[in-house]
Design a protein around this ligand. Structure first.
Ligand code: UT7
Length: 324
């Protein structure tokens, strides 16, 4: 018998406020045409002033628990991926734990920026495989609007706020060939590229939280290369090829990155789940938001081969291959 982590529920939450490209063009020197053509983004959601990352995360978590048909008491562990925690400490995951009414188990944050959800999924999967947890809530939640320089047109048009969550549960299975759940995880980082995408502040380096800075075209180039190579690594590890993929659920940074990645893998564009047009880049939240959308609307079905991949600041990149 092999112990695998199976997704038993997904949930998401987006703040009510929609900010269109036209609205942004009223405050910075940009246009709807430029943003759509270069990124595929039409609009993004922005959290209300009194909404924190944990508030978004709690809403997504509640929906995921409802979809899974279980209560917070069944959760052994919360792993929350974020770059925009409520405060420097405590971990935002512990705020979510309290808000859900949980008094047992453990909760902590993982920080790998846009690759955060893949890192969190890998950590949660390891806890389950080792028998240290049976049921884990994995959340990606961000309020990137708080760390944007709203006068910098090269970055402020690219990001949005939101949260997504999945519930993973252990399942003992015999049939190796039909095994459901997370089949493999692949994580990478290369700290030499930290200056390509970073926040120019933080508790140990300055008095300020700081704002996001990015060398966009350099990040773009590495994003395509790294995402293609990690997807090939995941497929090879499972003796699969691109034609076996039912759904590619990538981190949503730029529609051109998604198109280029699919093209290089010779994957049909209609197998790629796209939300960047409506959500923009929500960093660690983008994959669980997309997973949630595609499972709720019935595209992702039990038994499907689903591959998720991401690339972000660090650089960090990674992929998880799942038989749903
Ligand atoms: O999630 C983490 C990973 N992040 C990413 O993957 C983001 C990766 N990068 C990108 O998506 C793209 O590089 C961007 C969307 C950020 C930029 O697209 P680009 O095609 O690489 O444009 P560029 O940076 O080469 O800029 C082209 C021009 C420049 O003007 P000049 O120098 O040619 O006159 C920019 O100043 O576009 C200008 N520009 C804008 N114009 C109107 C940059 N931002 C804007 C803007 N509106 N918002």
């Amino acid at each position: 018998m092999t112990r695998q982590s199976v997704v038993i529920g997904c949930g998401s939450y987006l703040p009510d406020r929609i900010v269109t490209n036209e609205e942004l063009a009223r405050s910075v020197d940009t246009s709807d045409d430029w943003i759509r053509k270069r990124t595929g983004i039409r609009e993004r959601r922005i959290a209300a002033d009194d909404q924190k990352t944990s508030d978004l995360a709690v809403n997504a978590a509640k929906e995921a628990l409802r979809a899974a048909g279980i209560g917070p008491d069944n959760i052994d562990l919360i792993v929350l991926a974020t770059t925009t925690p409520d405060e420097t400490f405590p971990a935002t995951a512990t705020r979510v734990q309290a808000a859900l009414g949980m008094t047992k188990g453990a909760a902590f944050d993982v920080q790998a920026v846009c690759t955060g959800f893949i890192y969190a999924l890998n950590v949660a999967d390891n806890f389950i495989r080792l028998g240290q947890a049976n049921t884990v809530l994995v959340i990606g939640a961000e309020t990137f609007s708080r760390i944007l320089d709203w006068e910098d047109r090269t970055t402020c048009v690219l990001f949005g706020d939101g949260a997504g969550a999945v519930v993973l549960q252990s399942l003992e299975q015999e049939n190796e060939r039909e095994m459901r759940g997370i089949l493999s995880n692949h994580l990478h980082s290369d700290g030499r590229y930290k200056d390509c995408l970073y926040v120019d502040g933080g508790p140990s380096s300055s008095k300020f939280v700081g704002k996001l800075r990015m060398k966009g075209s350099e990040v773009f180039r590495h994003a395509v290369t790294n995402m293609v190579s990690v997807l090939e690594e995941a497929l090879k590890c499972n003796n699969l090829s691109a034609k076996d993929i039912d759904w590619l659920v990538p981190h949503q940074a730029n529609k051109r990155i998604l198109d280029r990645t699919a093209q290089k893998l010779k994957l049909s564009p209609d197998k790629v789940v796209v939300t960047v047009d409506r959500h923009a880049n929500t960093s660690a939240a983008s994959i669980p938001l997309a997973l949630s959308e595609a499972s709720m609307d019935g595209r992702i079905q039990k038994g499907d081969i689903v591959v998720t991949d991401a690339m972000g600041s660090g650089f960090t990149w990674g992929a998880s291959l799942i038989r749903w």
